[in-house]
Design a protein around this ligand. Structure first.
Ligand SMILES: *Cc1c(COP(=O)(O)O)cnc(C)c1O
Length: 449
């Protein structure tokens, strides 16, 4: 398959180019140029199909011509030593737990696949361009990324130990939680944590400036791994197909997914799976108070605005970048989008109350993001679910990652998984730097040139 920008369909590129380039040169997002029909493939899977089976089969189809079937299999095996699990909450509402990977959040799926395919392409000298332009080499990449806390840990874990790749993560000193800082700074090796004397905006600005700096571009193979990268987005479609395969023996009523959403990458990946033939009747987009997409669905106006802080902070996005991809899929036709996506907005008060209710009534800890989805699913069932349909709610993070919110909701903390506990006792290794491009340049040239 070829990929083109959401802004102009002319410049068609390969998957490897889209992966190393990140953003299209015209500022748009790379997007599949075709909609392959995978209906037969999807219907052939059942609850004996492993996540790796499904990931391998779908990648072989999506990246045919660039990645062979055997390569797709070995990439899937390497990227996914973890897999989703289903927790049935009710007859018709299930959780799809996506937090069994190394950083305990769904972003592990995209980050791990991206890291594995980048290593695969570099290993074979298949680097078709890259944001660095002339600085791009065919056997080496330096990933530069800024994080406000949570998203960096999935990238750090995913790229740790990958051949030919260094990762430089900038984070604001004193502004990430102690456990988030440990997840970023204790890996070492090819993962370089830079603790910036400044705020998150400074970190983002430094990364942006580095990408357009002619000297750095010339000398270093810089590339990005942010969430708009197709190499992170496309693999998220795999778990929708896997969930369908695991649940289809529960009846042949209508099938819905509820997706706790911020930047709308996860939802977009589900929409891709449906466009490629997954028999889904609809998607429910759950948001916190940052409700620009639900507002668009109800009122027809898309009004991006600064984000507001909520208890589900990984969803605090006021201008979701993947809305551009959704508009491309639905041809900017509000009615078409409405037929497939409904919005549901959940307040901070409802987040706490629902977390407490699930703990009190059923002994289930839910993270503040997941709980927006669970409440949205309950509302949808009460209103629009007919007959023996089922709703699968994506559980986006492990509840123990957000125990401060759990304490607020119920006075109790979710048990910490071993892999989170272990990183808390390891030693922080970070380099403290100033907040200018020159500080970053010095680090890059001294340490990675
Ligand atoms: C990133 C994130 C989300 C939002 O996902 P999008 O793809 O940005 O919509 C939801 N929950 C958690 C825990 C996240 O980390």
């Amino acid at each position: 398959m070829r990929f083109s920008s959401t802004r102009s369909g002319n410049d068609k590129v390969s998957f490897s180019r889209a992966v190393f380039q990140g953003l299209a040169p015209d500022g748009g997002l790379y997007h599949p140029d075709e909609e392959p029909d995978m209906r037969e493939l999807f219907l052939g899977f059942d609850n004996t199909s492993s996540f790796v089976d499904i990931a391998a089969a779908m990648s072989a189809r999506l990246f045919a011509g660039e990645i062979s079937e055997a390569e797709a299999r070995s990439i899937a095996e390497e990227a996914f030593p973890f897999s989703p699990e289903i927790l049935q909450l009710d007859d018709d509402i299930a959780l799809l737990e996506l937090f069994h990977g190394p950083s305990c959040a769904f972003k592990d799926y995209g980050a791990s696949f991206l890291a594995t395919v980048m290593e695969h392409f570099l290993d074979r000298g298949i680097v078709d361009g890259g944001s660095a332009g002339t600085g791009a080499r065919k056997d080496r990449a330096i990933i530069l990324t800024a994080t406000s806390g949570d998203t960096g840990s999935a990238v750090a874990q995913a790229f740790h130990g990958k051949k030919g790749i260094d990762v430089v993560i900038l984070y604001p000193s004193g502004r990430v939680s102690p456990s988030q800082e440990k997840q970023l700074t204790t890996l070492g090796g090819n993962i370089h944590a830079l603790e910036v004397r400044g705020n998150f905006d400074d970190c983002q600005r430094m990364v942006k400036e580095a990408f357009i700096d002619p000297e750095l571009q010339r000398e270093l193979p810089l590339t990005s791994a942010n969430s708009i990268n197709l190499g992170r987005l496309l693999p998220q479609s795999f778990y929708y197909a896997h969930a369908f395969a695991m649940q289809k023996n529960r009846g042949d009523g209508e099938f819905y997914f509820t997706v706790p959403s911020g930047n709308f990458g996860n939802l977009t990946a589900g929409i891709f799976a449906w466009r490629w033939g997954l028999p889904v009747s609809g998607f429910i987009a759950a948001t916190n108070a940052n409700d620009v997409v639900p507002e668009y669905l109800s009122q027809g106006q898309f009004t991006p605005r600064p984000s507001v802080h909520t208890y589900a902070n990984a969803m605090d996005v006021g201008n979701p970048s993947n809305f551009e991809r959704l508009q491309t899929i639905f041809h900017s036709d509000l009615e078409r989008m409405r037929m497939m996506i409904s919005g549901s907005v959940v307040s901070d008060g409802e987040i706490l109350a629902t977390m407490k209710r699930y703990l009190d009534d059923r002994g289930v800890f839910l993270c503040p993001h997941t709980v927006t989805g669970v409440l949205a699913s309950e509302r949808f069932r009460a209103g629009e679910l007919k007959g023996d349909g089922q709703i699968v709610t994506l559980a986006t993070a492990h509840p123990a990652k957000f125990n401060e919110i759990s304490m607020k909701a119920s006075g109790r903390e979710a048990p910490m998984p071993r892999r989170l506990q272990e990183c808390l006792v390891r030693e922080k290794q970070a380099e403290l730097i100033g907040n200018s491009l020159e500080d970053l340049r010095k680090f890059l040239k001294d340490r990675l040139a």
